[in-house]
Design a protein around this ligand. Structure first.
Ligand code: F6P
Length: 328
């Protein structure tokens, strides 16, 4: 028989993403619905180590479903990577009679949760919150959809000025190790080329492709580049190479940066966050531990944390082909 759960804790960890607040709200309200207590730790695992938390009831999460960022704040904790740090965290949970922990974050946060469970047998459940969409076991991570809309809006605006000046723009989007943001926004923003870490186009093929676009009558071009793309050392090196090897194009770079992580969550992310929070709490109440909740084939499913961390998310090859055809 699983231990009867009377109190849960929730925290947000790693890079923030739009929809984290909606997920906190869902966790807290699902606890209230099932008559169990809930506390929220501040600054991810940092707050867990310091015992920095607040009691949360259904009313304490009012007015946050539409807010970006996270009311619980977030951090990437170095101390939680040490056994000593995790021991302190465990002591605070035990001292405050917490029976399970919901971690909203990315793969680094889940790795911490898994080690914590292995060391102390403490029940943990993950909710994937990152704009990068690089977690196995869910078609969408929280914040991905919102970030896509933010980026597409920026690309549309850059295209206006690119076409007014007959310019070529390299636009860098986030995605340290994954090209999901670049691929989707490149297609939606009508980019001529999309550079992602999963595919190495090579500098010369890039220049050939841009030359072909020019010859076919295009007067301006957009190239969307994922932050983690390996074709150049960085986007500025790419610009220099194209500047030196292509005639007649005025080349500019725009790095979108952290604005991609902010802003009100989209309808999709709010609904996803609400569903994930319910599934996470109810799974812990059923005695499940070491899972991540995710969206698979439109349903809420559980994936073991170790698989979610180690499993490779695949780039959508069909989308890559669509992008090639659309840039004809
Ligand atoms: O993990 C999400 C992410 O947005 C990555 O795409 C990006 O490389 C990183 O966070 C940036 O993190 P920081 O906030 O530490 O600069």
């Amino acid at each position: 028989m699983p231990k009867l759960i009377k109190k849960l804790a929730v925290l947000t960890s790693g890079g923030d993403s739009p929809g984290m607040n909606a997920a906190i709200r869902s966790v807290v309200r699902t606890c209230a619905y099932h008559n169990i207590k809930c506390i929220g730790f501040y600054r991810g695992y940092e707050g867990l180590i310091e015992g920095d938390f607040k009691e949360m009831d259904a009313r304490s999460v009012r007015g946050i479903i539409n807010k970006g960022g996270t009311i619980l704040k977030s951090a990437r904790s170095k101390e939680f990577r040490t056994k000593e740090g995790r021991k302190k965290a465990h002591e605070h949970l035990v001292k405050n009679d917490v029976d399970g922990l919901v971690v909203i974050g990315g793969d680094g946060s889940f790795t911490g949760a898994l080690i914590f469970n292995q060391e102390f047998g403490f029940p943990v459940m993950g909710i994937p919150g990152t704009i990068d969409n690089d977690i196995f076991g869910t078609s969408n991570t929280l914040g991905f959809d919102t970030a896509l809309n933010t980026v597409v809006d920026a690309i549309d605006k850059i295209r206006d000025t690119a076409s007014s000046h007959n310019r070529l723009f390299f636009i860098e989007v986030m995605g340290r190790d994954a090209g999901h943001i670049a691929l989707n926004t490149g297609v939606a923003g009508g980019a001529e080329e999309i550079l992602i870490p999963e595919e190495d186009l090579g500098m010369d093929r890039l220049v050939d492709s841009l030359n072909r676009s020019r010859k076919s009558g295009k007067t301006s071009s957009i190239v969307v580049v994922a932050e983690g793309d390996k074709i150049g050392k960085n986007i500025f090196e790419l610009k220099d190479y194209v500047d030196q090897n292509m005639e007649g194009y005025d080349v500019r770079v725009s790095v979108l940066g952290h604005m991609q992580r902010g802003g009100p969550p989209s309808c999709f992310d709010r609904v996803l966050a609400s569903r994930m929070g319910v599934k996470a709490v109810e799974s812990l109440l059923e005695g499940k531990t070491n899972f991540m909740v995710g969206l698979l084939n439109s349903k809420m499913e559980l994936t073991p944390l170790d698989k979610a961390i180690k499993g490779k998310t695949k780039i959508n090859l069909e989308l890559l082909r669509v992008s090639d055809i659309m840039s004809t």
